[in-house]
Design a protein around this ligand. Structure first.
Ligand code: SF4
Length: 314
C-alpha cells in the first residue's frame, strides 16, 4: 500500500509540516474549477470510513522516529489529502490518536461539510483549521468550486460562523482567486465582508500555481491580487498572500533586494514603503528598476497608489 504520510515539507502557514493523506486520492465534495488534483474527482457528501486511524497514526509514528534521529520534529502534523479530509468519518478519532505525539494538529478543509455537527465536533479537536472561502454568492461559488448538488452555500456559511464561535485554536481562511470568476471588486468586497463576520486569525489569498483542471481557468493577475489584498485589508486585520513563493519570507538581512522579494511575495508594498525600505540600506532606484526588468517584480496601481508585488511567474 502506498504511503499516506509525507514530509515534513516547508509551509509558510505551518512552518515544517508532516502531511497525512487520510482519504484515497481525488475523493471530494467539490470539483473546483482550479483543482490541481485533476478532473476525475469522485464526488460525494456522505462521510465514510477510508483508513483505520490507528494505521495512519502508526505510519506517523514510524516517520517521526526517523525524523527524530535528525532532531527535526515538525511544527504541525497536517491532515491535508488530495480531496476533502472531513469526508473521513474517523477524522476525530484520527486526531485523538495523533495527539499522543504532542505535536499540534492542523486540518485543511474546503469547509463544505462544516455545518454538520459531527464534522464540527471532529474539527474542534484540532489546533489549527484552515477553511476555504472562495466566494459567498451562489453563482460564483458554483462556478469556482463546482459543488456536489446536495450542498447548500447558506448552510456552509452558517457552519463556518458557528464553528468559529466555538473553536479555541487558530482559524484561518483561504481564498483562491481565479481570473474573471471571483476576482471582481464586488465579489471580493462580499467575500471580505463575510470573512470579517467571524474574525479569523489570518485571511490568506492564493492563486492556482499549477495548471488547473479545466480549460479557460487562469490565475488572477497581479492587479487583481493587489486589489483583493487592499479590499480584504479594509475588513480583516491580518491578510497574507500565498502565491507560491514559500521560501525566505520575511528574512531581514539588510539586503534590500532579498527583503523586497520576500516581503512582496506575501504583501503588496506601497511605493512609499518601498522607498523607505530602500533608503535604510542606501540603495538606489536602479536596483528596483532591475527587479522590474528581470521580471521578478510587478508594479500595479490601486486606489491612487502604486504597489509592488512579486511576479508569480519568472
Ligand atoms: S476542494 Fe481541493 S481537492 Fe476538492 S476539488 Fe477543490 S481544490 Fe480539488
Amino acid at each position: 500500500m502506498e504511503r499516506r504520510v509525507f514530509g515534513p515539507v516547508p509551509s509558510r502557514r505551518l512552518g515544517q509540516s508532516l502531511g497525512i493523506n487520510n482519504i484515497p486520492y481525488k475523493i471530494c465534495t467539490y470539483s473546483c474549477s482550479y483543482c490541481q488534483v485533476g478532473k476525475a474527482i469522485k464526488m460525494q457528501v456522505n462521510r465514510q470510513e477510508f483508513y483505520k486511524p490507528k494505521e495512519l497514526a502508526d505510519e506517523v509514528k514510524s516517520l517521526l522516529k526517523d525524523i527524530q534521529k535528525n532532531e527535526q520534529l515538525p511544527d504541525y502534523i497536517t491532515i491535508v489529502p488530495d480531496g476533502e479530509p472531513t469526508l473521513d468519518i474517523y477524522l476525530g478519532k484520527l486526531i485523538d490518536e495523533l495527539k499522543n505525539f504532542k505535536i499540534p494538529i492542523a486540518v485543511i478543509t474546503n469547509s463544505s461539510l462544516i455545518h454538520l455537527p459531527d464534522v464540527q465536533e471532529d474539527l474542534l479537536k484540532a489546533d489549527f483549521v484552515s477553511v476555504k472561502v472562495d466566494a459567498v454568492s451562489f453563482e460564483t461559488w458554483k462556478k469556482m468550486d463546482r459543488p456536489h448538488k446536495k450542498l447548500n452555500l447558506d448552510d456552509i456559511k452558517q457552519g463556518i460562523q458557528s464553528f468559529a464561535n466555538q473553536f479555541g485554536g487558530k482559524l484561518v481562511t483561504e481564498t483562491m482567486l481565479v481570473s474573471g470568476i471571483n476576482d471582481s471588486p464586488v465579489e471580493l468586497e462580499n467575500t471580505a465582508r463575510f470573512i470579517e463576520t467571524f474574525n479569523p486569525n489570518t485571511a490568506y489569498i492564493s492563486i492556482p500555481t499549477r495548471p488547473p483542471a479545466f480549460k479557460g481557468v487562469f490565475p488572477a493577475d497581479e492587479n487583481a491580487v493587489t486589489a483583493a489584498y487592499n479590499i480584504f485589508r479594509q475588513h480583516i486585520a491580518k491578510v497574507e498572500l500565498l502565491t507560491g513563493y514559500e521560501g525566505n519570507a520575511f528574512s531581514s538581512s539588510g539586503n534590500f533586494r532579498e527583503d523586497i522579494l520576500s516581503i512582496t511575495a506575501v504583501h503588496p508594498m506601497r511605493e512609499d514603503a518601498v522607498m523607505e525600505l530602500m533608503h535604510k540600506t542606501n540603495d538606489g532606484k536602479e536596483l528596483l528598476d532591475n527587479l522590474l526588468g528581470e521580471n521578478l517584480l510587478e508594479k500595479s496601481g490601486y486606489g491612487g497608489h502604486y504597489y509592488y508585488l512579486r511576479k508569480f511567474k519568472k
